[in-house]
Design a protein around this ligand. Structure first.
Ligand SMILES: [Ca+2]
Ligand SMILES: [Ca+2]
Ligand SMILES: [Ca+2]
Length: 631
């Protein structure tokens, strides 16, 4: 009874301690590492630099220690773990010249590897560009300023600070229009990126040409597709088809000429009922909208998906739970009809974010809550421009085929089940499309499968981002087997009877298709040190005080993966019981490690390396800290 009481007291005291501390990692600069060695003496911290000693002790520090004491890699030796009583003191560390970077454990600092206009004022990333994997695509190419995408529209703000110099040619047709629609479309396609203003755009360095004025838009399509060098035209407009319509007949003959010129037309599918095209009420299918709905090799019809909310997030506006990949109702698309969405029908080819997206508006203004397939189409057109920058020989037909064949299937999401076959091949995956385009032109013939250490790990070895805790976004754990829908972890509630589910995402980051013989090893360890021992002694478990501190969970085959393709593996796991670890420092904390084994993509070995050295040095290894609660 007595020992039971003591452990209860210990539990509560450690809990209150945890509530009053804030954890950070900081990295000393390479120069200052020579002069600063931090160690504890009595209750204060000492550094070889007395000025630095005074500084650290003035910040109510609870603890400083080397984050990876056994690491061999020089950079890892400069990283310290810091525990502060008051989080506001972190500002002092940010300003210190000896400190290269400081970041909180759960707040990844991505500013070094992303464009400087990728984040809003609150530090939130551009979720639409996250979703289409734009940052990964930009690792392959940021586009080419000699590639010009045509836009057929009415009017735009040529002096907008985030567009200036981007529109290299303008064709005026008819009288001037007051429309601002072209500003929004051009911004979504290729707003100036990494200029510290406004937003980033998928097209990055891509340039544009635009037709403006009050005129027939189909005439604009004809004019712009004649410009030598233009191989992609964006049409964020359209009209309903009727075989009797003179206007459609005119467009029929123009689109035929555009095809002969080998120009790709990326067209908005339409904004649902508001477009007033005939709707099949029974089937809930929208009527055809042109040019989007032409069944041609050089025309792509683009509808929308959301980009913003995690699945199950209820929004007051739609009175529904939505998700970033859902083609879903929104209240603006027309006339309060509950099931109305942006246009979906059997002519739609692909979907891209078009709900709650960022746009440019005239007079240097911006908006972050915009909707419309007018914004979805330019994301596809901008991706096509990146593809041309790595493979200028691609035809319109090839561009379309690659974009469709590399799209991510989103029909398995419950919110999209009712749209089966009506929102195209899936959601745009810019990374996979651009990589595939590049691989058609050149390949080094080497396989490279990856699992990421952090969101800003693009497979480059070693990983040198600022996410010091290596919180892999490619490993997550769920209480139920729903992890292919919800790709983030939750706190696991221990159960004696039920298995929990680990999810592991593997991506083929090379031009070589994998064989299907590659596999993963999955380990768990109580602490990072336990994990290191478990990994080293292969399949053997080791015991201390009759406690299991880690073991291999499973070995699993990786299916054949095409360039840029990913797979999510689902692994059931009977978790350890955290109650058995109640006398350890962090009873609920456990670690998972994934190792990719492949004859063609071998893990780098160095006998001096600790596990942490190996994890950052090789993209075949990643780990994740997880929590298992007692009930
Ligand atoms: Ca910008
Ligand atoms: Ca690899
Ligand atoms: Ca790694």
């Amino acid at each position: 009874m007595k020992s039971f009481l003591i452990s209860i007291i210990f539990f509560f005291s450690s809990l209150s301690y945890a509530q009053n501390s804030y954890n950070f990692f900081f990295e000393l600069t390479a120069e200052s590492k020579e002069n600063i060695e931090i160690e504890k003496s009595n209750k204060t911290y000492r550094s070889t630099s007395s000025e630095f000693s005074d500084f650290i002790n003035s910040n109510e520090i609870l603890q400083i220690e080397k984050a990876y004491p056994n690491a061999v890699l020089e950079r890892l030796q400069r990283i310290y773990k810091l525990k502060l009583r008051d989080s506001t003191f972190v500002e002092n560390f940010k300003n210190k010249k000896e400190i290269k970077m400081i970041s909180a454990v759960d707040y990844p600092d991505l500013r070094n590897s992303y464009p400087n206009d990728y984040f809003d004022e609150d530090g939130n990333s551009n979720t639409a560009l996250d979703l289409i994997k734009a940052p990964q695509a930009w690792q392959i190419t940021k586009g080419d300023s000699t590639i010009v995408v045509g836009i057929v529209d009415r009017g735009y703000d040529k002096n907008h600070e985030d567009l200036k110099g981007k529109i290299v040619k303008e064709i005026e047709l008819g009288n001037k229009s007051k429309s601002d629609h072209g500003t929004t479309v051009a911004g979504s396609l290729a707003a100036i990126t990494n200029n510290g203003k406004g937003f980033s755009s998928i097209g990055y360095h891509t340039k544009m040409a635009m037709t403006t004025g009050i005129y027939s838009l189909e005439k604009g399509l004809d004019s712009i597709s004649k410009i030598p060098g233009i191989k992609i035209v964006n049409a964020s407009w359209g009209f309903c088809g009727s075989t009797k319509s003179q206007r459609l007949k005119r467009l029929d003959s123009i689109i035929e000429k555009v095809r002969e010129r080998d120009v790709l037309v990326v067209a908005a599918a339409g904004n649902g009922i508001k477009m007033r095209c005939t709707l099949d009420e029974e089937e809930k299918v929208h009527g055809y909208h042109f040019p989007a709905s032409y069944d041609m090799d050089n025309v792509i019809s683009v509808t929308s998906v959301g980009n913003k909310f995690p699945y199950g997030h209820y929004t007051e506006i739609t009175k529904k739970a939505g998700w970033r990949d859902c083609h879903e109702h929104h209240p603006f698309s027309g006339y309060n009809i509950p099931d109305n969405c942006h246009t979906h029908n059997d002519k739609v080819d692909i979907a891209a974010p078009g709900i709650k997206v960022n746009i440019l508006k005239k007079n240097n203004e911006y908006s972050s809550g915009h909707w419309g397939t007018s914004q979805s189409a330019p994301m596809v057109a901008g991706t096509a421009a990146l593809m041309l920058s790595v493979n200028p020989d691609l035809t319109a037909k090839q561009l379309k085929e690659i974009l469709l064949n590399t799209a991510d299937d989103i029909y398995h999401l419950p919110c999209n089940e009712k749209f089966k076959g009506l929102i195209g091949k899936g959601r745009l995956n810019a990374y996979r499309a651009v990589l595939t385009a590049k691989c058609m032109k050149e390949s080094d013939g080497k396989l490279d499968l990856i699992i990421r250490d952090a969101v800003d790990d693009f497979g480059v070895e070693p990983y040198e981002g600022n996410n010091y805790d290596w919180q892999s976004p490619d490993i997550w754990i769920r209480n139920k087997n729903d992890g292919k829908v919800y790709d983030y972890e939750e706190t696991i509630k221990f159960s004696r009877k039920e298995e929990k589910y680990i999810y592991v995402r593997i991506t083929n980051n090379s031009c070589k298709t994998s064989t299907g013989e590659e596999e993963i090893n999955l380990f768990w360890g109580k602490s990072q040190e336990d994990l290191a021992k478990t990994e080293k002694s292969k399949n053997q478990t080791h015991k201390e005080k009759r406690l299991l501190l880690g073991e291999q969970i499973t070995t699993e085959k990786i299916p054949v993966l095409q360039p840029g393709e990913e797979v999510v593996l689902e692994i059931p796991w009977k978790t350890p019981n955290p109650r058995k670890y109640r006398k350890t420092e962090n009873p609920n904390s456990f670690h998972l490690l994934v190792k990719i084994n492949s004859d063609q993509d071998k893990i780098k070995e160095n006998k001096n390396w600790d596990l942490v050295d190996k994890v950052v040095s090789d993209n075949n290894l990643a780990w994740k800290k997880i929590e298992i609660s007692r009930k």
